[in-house]
Design a protein around this ligand. Sequence first.
Ligand SMILES: CC(C)(COP(=O)(O)OP(=O)(O)OC[C@H]1O[C@@H](n2cnc3c(N)ncnc32)[C@H](O)[C@@H]1OP(=O)(O)O)[C@@H](O)C(=O)NCCC(=O)NCCS
Length: 160
Amino acid sequence: MDVRPAEEQEIDQLANIWYQGWLDAHDQIVPAELKRIRTRESFGPRLKALLSSVRVAGPPGAPLGLCIVKDDELYQLYVSAEARGSGVAAALISDAEALLAEAGYETAWLACAIGNDRAARFYEKCGWRRVGNMINHLEIESGVFDLEVWRYEKALPRRQ
Ligand SMILES: CC(C)(COP(=O)(O)OP(=O)(O)OC[C@H]1O[C@@H](n2cnc3c(N)ncnc32)[C@H](O)[C@@H]1OP(=O)(O)O)[C@@H](O)C(=O)NCCC(=O)NCCS
């Protein structure tokens, strides 16, 4: 499964994948206030702003999942419901890890909502280790929303 940069024409499809995946994973486990903030409409502008760092799996015009890295953070990873369990997520995370290693980071980290057990199992399967809880400062339109999360880390191969 090839992983490639996102195309501008895919923003709407990718925003759907992100929003639907966010709901699937978080609806039952995050505070009601955060659910009110994360509307479908809020995902398009966030994606547009991040477009140059969005990596995608799936044919052009028919994306199956997306991944975004930010500095040393694996910032977002979302796969469409149909593509879960198919290896798409593994392709995206391995591309992200390669980018992080290539950028010179020795350790990468990510935040996972407490209780997102499927994602946690996936990260552990990929060699990430839960190192504890942390307060994540989520970006929202009016500033930040603080949420306690599980912090995962992974040591990356040294750049040659
Ligand atoms: C997280 C995500 C990218 C993982 O991709 P995936 O294709 O579902 O991952 P896989 O199917 O390879 O692995 C998931 C593992 O969790 C297991 N699993 C499924 N449901 C589970 C549950 N409710 N609790 C615990 N484990 C669960 C699966 O059996 C599988 O483990 P196995 O391979 O040992 O059987 C994908 O599920 C997704 O997009 N989820 C919604 C968005 C999300 O949570 N993103 C991450 C935000 S931190």
